[in-house]
Design a protein around this ligand. Structure first.
Ligand code: C5J
Length: 363
């Protein structure tokens, strides 16, 4: 069931069945006094602020039968999986040392385990990871593939270390990540603020940022968007490359027509794109072999909604056939060649969204 999550830099459509909630390292060693975090000189109380929002998100995810995954950073008791540089970083040895909650960051010790408020229940995988990232030296990728996961809702600590490393690893592997801003924490408020900015900078370079409340609301909303056909069923596939895309200014025309987002895509390498007075793009098919791939979105539109979308399009844009890089041909918005005369070409950005993000064009 497709849901829309209010998020930056633009709303994220996600399917509950292909989304996992991943809660990173909510271990005593990071969030309670006497653990690794405090030994490094940090005030652990800042991390406790994330516990209550994560509890609400966790309850909503469990209620929706969403896959929930927990991670724990830690090492074998003999520390053979801990690189010497990590062990002695800062000139002191903390990992493996005795503390009030047992040996620091060692598997099986009290401090290594997840705090009771967020404790996993039966059936929720726990990933024991020796590194900061959750993919490095773990079976997380296999579990996500086995469950058909495409989207990760990410919570946990610390934002700038294990959360960021995991999001970057996941993003490079093709997962869509949304970080819930109040469900992550840092020992450094400045890192919290900047860490979130970095995720969604440049049009969502690593993913999306949302909140616990928006996530809970999206899961509680009735089947949404209810107006549109299920992707690829009785709707007509339409490729849009500009302001009709998610979160951009003419996207309400798509929603009003009952259209639903299907996927991101790219054209075959036969197109170029211009900005028409920085108001909207015009994508033109090239016949001289100079074309490249242009990023676009595929939407499913009820046939009766197509005319309404076209009518509201700026002059010089029409609906024709667009060939995608996977060989499929769909209907798509195209610019008339005359429209782009004297206009600025932005093909080098790869698409309208990257252009408006890079040049901060109101969109
Ligand atoms: C750190 C983590 N900060 N879970 N680990 O060492 O972020």
């Amino acid at each position: 069931m497709i849901r829309t999550l209010e998020a930056g830099p633009f709303p994220l459509d996600f399917d509950v069945a292909s989304t996992a909630l991943i809660i990173i390292d909510m271990q005593r060693d990071f969030v309670l006094p006497g653990g690794f975090g405090e030994m490094l000189g940090n005030d652990t109380s800042l991390l406790l602020a994330a516990v209550e929002p994560i509890q609400r998100v966790l309850a909503a995810a469990r209620e929706s039968d969403m896959l929930v995954i927990h991670t724990r950073e830690g090492h074998r008791p003999d520390l053979r999986d801990c690189p010497p540089a990590k062990l002695t970083r800062g000139g002191k040895t903390f990992i493996g040392a005795e503390g009030p909650m047992g040996r620091i960051l060692v598997r099986g010790e009290q401090g290594h385990d997840i705090i009771p408020q967020l404790y996993p229940i039966a059936g929720e995988p726990v990933i024991d990871k020796p590194g900061k990232g959750s993919f490095h030296a773990t079976d997380l990728q296999q579990i996500l593939l086995r469950h058909g996961i495409k989207t990760l809702a990410v919570c946990g600590v610390t934002l700038e270390v294990c959360v960021h490393t995991t999001v970057r690893e996941a993003n490079d592997r093709g997962y869509e990540c949304v970080v819930l801003s109040d469900c992550v924490a840092s020992y450094f408020p400045e890192f919290h603020r900047v860490g979130l900015e970095m995720i969604q900078a440049q049009g969502g370079i690593f993913g999306w940022v949302s909140t616990s409340q928006a996530f809970v609301d999206a899961l509680a909303a009735p089947a949404s968007p209810a107006a549109g056909p299920a992707p690829g069923t009785d709707g007509v596939l339409l490729a849009v490359n500009g302001t009709l895309m998610r979160g951009l200014k003419l996207n309400p025309n798509m929603l009003a027509a009952g259209a639903t987002f299907v996927r991101e895509a790219a054209t075959e390498p036969a197109y170029r794109i211009w900005t028409v007075n920085d108001d909207h793009p015009a994508m033109v098919r090239m016949t001289d072999g100079s074309g490249v791939k242009v990023a676009l979105e595929i939407w499913s539109v009820p046939p009766e909604g197509l005319a309404g979308i076209l009518q509201k399009e700026p002059p010089g844009l029409s609906i024709g056939k667009v060939k995608l890089d996977d060989g499929e041909t769909v209907l798509g918005v195209l610019g008339e060649p005359a429209l782009v005369e004297g206009q600025r070409e932005i093909t080098g950005y790869g698409g309208w969204r990257a252009y408006v993000a890079a040049e901060k064009v109101p969109s």
